[in-house]
Design a binder for this molecule. Structure first.
Ligand SMILES: [Zn+2]
Length: 257
């Protein structure tokens, strides 16, 4: 279901909406980033070119009106992104081209979408738009808890990638994410803490044998061997093959330490 909102007094649309679909029901959000130009695609409402909301988006394109994009991060939960500009249309594919990397004040050049190198634009789009959406989805799915220790301080929580952004499979999908507190996120990234495909936490042996204060004991030694908490919806749990690859790296890091 598409949501394009245009108040009746205006010619151009003000906002667009993408509702959340759990993994498996729809492709991950990453897929709306176009391979060729790093810009986003947004489907027409229906198949009629001159349907009224499609016309209002076209009007926003001609007038360079910034739009708000409401991204669903859960059932009935949305994260707003602003500004997003309609910079083109692909009529044969019945979709608009959207650019979230332009600022409101930067005039659109004559070259339009060719202005930025593709690679740069893809990185920019991923960071600017999808990291926020990714975080929103992961936090909602994990109920704002660290999956390892249960800490519930949202400012101290991150949406960690199981496979990093730089990996070809490092998609910004909830199945490649885990909510972790800052401490456990860093420990996961540097390979001090690993998560097995069966969701059991493993801590490097050298840390298990260390002596130290409460952070070492409660934060690491006592979480070793425990299962992480995962979302109740099966489709939103970490993908075992992603965990397997990530855990392989953890074991390799242990060998070289
Ligand atoms: Zn934690």
């Amino acid at each position: 279901m598409k949501g394009i909102w245009k108040p009746s007094a205006l010619v151009s649309a003000l906002s667009i909406t993408t509702t959340y679909r759990p993994p498996g029901v729809e492709r991950p959000y990453d897929d709306v980033i176009h391979e060729r130009d790093g810009l986003l695609r947004y489907k027409w409402n229906g198949t009629e070119r001159n349907e009224s909301t499609n016309r209002s988006l076209r009007s926003a394109m001609h007038a360079s009106v910034p739009l708000i994009w409401f991204f669903g991060v859960g059932k009935g939960i949305f994260r707003p992104e602003f500004p997003v500009f309609v910079v083109g249309e692909e009529e044969d594919r019945q979709q608009f081209i959207l650019d979230p990397s332009r600022s409101v004040n930067s005039p659109q050049s004559k070259e339009g979408v060719e202005e930025l190198p593709r690679r740069y634009r893809m990185i920019e789009t991923r960071q600017r738009l999808f990291q926020g959406v990714f975080r929103g989805i992961v936090m909602r799915a994990y109920g704002d808890h660290c999956a390892v220790c249960g800490l519930q301080q949202s400012r101290l929580l991150d949406a960690a990638h199981i496979l990093p952004d730089s990996d070809k499979d490092g998609i910004a999908s909830v199945t490649n994410g885990i909510a972790l507190c800052k401490l456990h996120h860093s420990a996961f990234d540097v390979g001090i803490l690993g998560i097995r495909p069966d969701l059991v936490v493993q801590v490097q042996p050298r840390i298990m044998h260390e002596r130290g204060g409460p952070m070492l004991r409660y934060g690491f030694q006592e979480v070793h061997g425990k299962k992480i908490s995962v979302p109740s919806a099966t489709a939103e749990r970490p993908r075992p093959d992603f965990l397997e690859r990530s855990f392989l790296r953890f074991t390799e890091l242990g060998e070289v330490a």
